[in-house]
Design a protein around this ligand. Structure first.
Ligand code: GLU
Length: 265
């Protein structure tokens, strides 16, 4: 009887101890600060675009990053460190950004990353902070005015981007057939367009804006809404909850709306 009582009170004490120290019965910490490692490091690491005007662009003169998504990154740094400058930017492409967050080389990605059901199986996405659409950049000399004119034409798209599926679906709906050529980077796509290896350069309109010049035009056609979310590692649900809480708050209090207006997006 007495041993049972001792055992019970011992167990109770043990449970209280676990609760106080935040260690669960499985031995795992339950109240880990999702920002602990970042705070200890002293800098937030974020993957951004370096070639998307208005969103993420590296100023060739100063080397500094500028744009709407850069400002969101600085908001996170200001929130975590009370200092908007404590952020280190890594330039990413559609192809490199996923692996960079998987390996932990960056804490998050804020880089025109479209939220899709398929991608949600691999990454945590926040609520969208902006929604773009897929567009088409053509040479003025090509005489193409819309997707309808592109039957049999070659469409250049970036690897790992949503563009190919989006434009292929739109083409099928219009009863036309397209050929596709895939490239790793947008500068390669622009070079292919200029040398007429492709007839159309297709990706989100925001990205096309960075490659528009006197010889080219962005067609009025647009397809497939592209909602952009802040991306973090799938397994780090506590950190994802933090990013979601912040983006939702900045949407609700007008911070993000003001930035969209400031950058004329
Ligand atoms: N936003 C599109 C995507 O996530 C285009 C690719 C890109 O962002 O570079 O697939």
């Amino acid at each position: 009887m007495l041993t049972k009582k001792i055992f019970r009170s011992g167990l109770a004490a043990l449970l209280i101890m676990f609760a106080l120290t935040g260690v669960s019965c499985s031995g795992k910490k339950t109240n880990d600060d999702p920002l602990g490692a970042i705070k200890k490091r002293g800098v937030l690491k974020i993957g951004v675009k370096a070639d998307v005007p208005g969103f993420g662009m590296q100023n060739t003169g100063t080397g500094k990053y500028e744009g709407f998504e850069i400002e969101i990154a600085k908001l996170f740094a200001a929130d975590i460190f009370g200092d908007a400058s404590k952020v280190e930017f890594t330039p990413v492409t559609a192809k490199t950004r996923g692996p960079l967050v998987d390996t932990g080389e960056v804490d998050m990605i804020i880089a025109t990353f479209t939220i899709t059901e398929e991608r949600k199986l691999s990454y945590n996405f926040t609520t969208p902070y902006y929604t773009d659409a897929v567009g088409m950049l053509v040479l003025r000399s090509a005489g193409l005015a819309s997707l309808k004119d592109c039957n049999g034409k070659t469409i250049g798209v970036a690897q790992s981007a949503t563009s190919k599926d989006a434009i292929d679906k739109a083409a099928k709906e219009q009863g036309i057939t397209l050929k596709f050529a895939e490239f790793a980077t947008y500068p390669e796509l622009k070079a292919a367009l200029d040398s007429k290896r492709i007839d159309v350069f297709s990706v989100d309109k925001s990205i096309l804006g960075g490659y528009l010049d006197a010889a080219s035009v962005i067609l009025p056609d647009q397809f497939a809404p592209q909602p952009y979310g802040v991306v973090s590692k799938l397994s780090n649900t506590a950190f994802a909850a933090y990013t979601e809480e912040k983006i939702s708050a900045w949407l609700a209090d007008g911070t993000i709306g003001n930035l969209i207006a400031q950058f004329n997006l």
